[in-house]
Design a protein around this ligand. Structure first.
Ligand code: NAP
Length: 313
């Protein structure tokens, strides 16, 4: 597994970051099952782990912290996030200093760690002045409890303002933007995330690189039992099935081109992100998937595939 630099910052992450949304802390609440996944990720060389306070209502952070206890803290990168609602009052959401300071402290307690490597403003909050946001995240960085800060799916206008405010105040800019990114979902084109990151030298991290399973080919003929769609009521998450009607042409086109060259779907999906300079934040609900996904980085993909995929683009 290669280590890559996150934008212009000095922080290196592994090419693949393992994320926990909807798996550990949601469908997987047993610590030994969670440990098996984290141990497999570690054995395969993954050293970057992504979580958020909202995943599994905090259980994901708690379990991840427990599972990482056996590993030296300086040898992995821990990413977590705050701002999505974690309760019903105005104090349980958003980017106000009041919420973020509380949310961050709660995250550290659940993780059981002295610091996180990157703390993300999980979504933009137009109801908080940019100067308050910048000062709050910089205070966390100055306290050495977050080594860097990042943003996730911020409108590019907000990012422009953020960078201008950071520079005016002589404060640390966010080092990365984490946005949805896969061959199937092209939101980054309209949103301008990627171009804005390039402009500011920010690292680009792409979540859901397998389009929540669609780019593995698992939904091609039916909805397999045990899949995220089949589990949607149990895990209280209904969005996965919408990806197909919204991105049908790109998903079908992708699978057909892979079939034509007899190429591994996962290898093409993950390597496509890397070729485009975006570091995948992927998920796996089983050890076997995790193994397949990490090994996919080393698989040969015929060059002709990239040209055919660009033709769909
Ligand atoms: N910043 C944000 O706002 C944000 C938002 C969403 C996600 N994220 C991060 O991104 C991470 C990944 O998101 P994601 O889970 O949507 O990404 P994904 O990698 O596109 O999808 C992962 C899911 O696809 C299925 N899968 C994975 N590998 C497979 C394989 N080899 N064969 C068959 N099925 C396979 C599994 O679901 P089943 O086995 O259950 O079908 C797995 O949980 C999250 O954990 C989180 O850390 C961030």
């Amino acid at each position: 597994m290669n280590y890559v630099r996150l934008g212009n910052s000095g922080l290196k992450i592994t090419e693949l970051t393992f994320g926990l949304a909807l798996t550990i802390g949601t469908e997987i609440t047993d610590v030994s099952q969670a440990q098996a996944l984290i141990d497999k990720a570690w054995e395969l060389g993954v050293r970057s782990f992504d979580v958020a306070n909202s995943y599994g209502n905090g259980k994901a952070e708690y379990l991840l912290g427990q599972c990482l206890n056996k590993y030296p803290r300086e040898e992995y990168v821990l990413l977590t996030k705050g701002s999505l609602p974690v309760g019903s009052t105005p104090y349980h959401r958003g980017l106000s200093r009041k919420h973020i300071m509380w949310a961050f402290n709660e995250s550290l307690k659940r993780l059981g760690k002295e610091y996180v490597d990157v703390y993300f403003a999980h979504r933009y909050d137009p109801e908080v002045p940019m100067e308050e946001i910048v000062r709050t995240f910089n205070d966390l960085v100055r306290s050495n409890r977050a080594l860097y800060w990042g943003v996730s799916e911020w409108p590019y206008e907000a990012l422009d303002e953020c960078v201008a405010v950071c520079d005016r105040l002589g404060m640390e800019r966010p080092v990365t933007e984490q946005f949805i990114y896969s061959f199937a979902v092209q939101k980054h084109v309209k949103s301008g995330y990627k171009d804005t990151c390039t402009k500011y030298g920010m690292g680009t991290m792409g979540f859901s690189p397998l389009c929540q399973g669609f780019l593995t080919g698992k939904y091609r003929n039916d909805i397999p039992s045990g899949s995220r769609i089949a589990k949607s009521d149990d895990i209280d998450y209904q969005k996965t099935k919408n990806f197909y009607p919204q991105n049908k042409e790109r998903i079908d086109g992708f699978l057909n081109i892979c079939d034509k060259y007899n190429a591994d779907y996962v290898a093409v999906a993950l390597q496509w992100c890397l070729r485009n300079g975006v570091y995948p934040v992927f998920g796996s609900s089983k050890v076997t998937q995790l193994e397949q996904n990490v090994k996919a980085l080393d698989m040969e993909v015929p060059d002709a595939i990239w040209a055919e995929l660009s033709a769909i683009e």
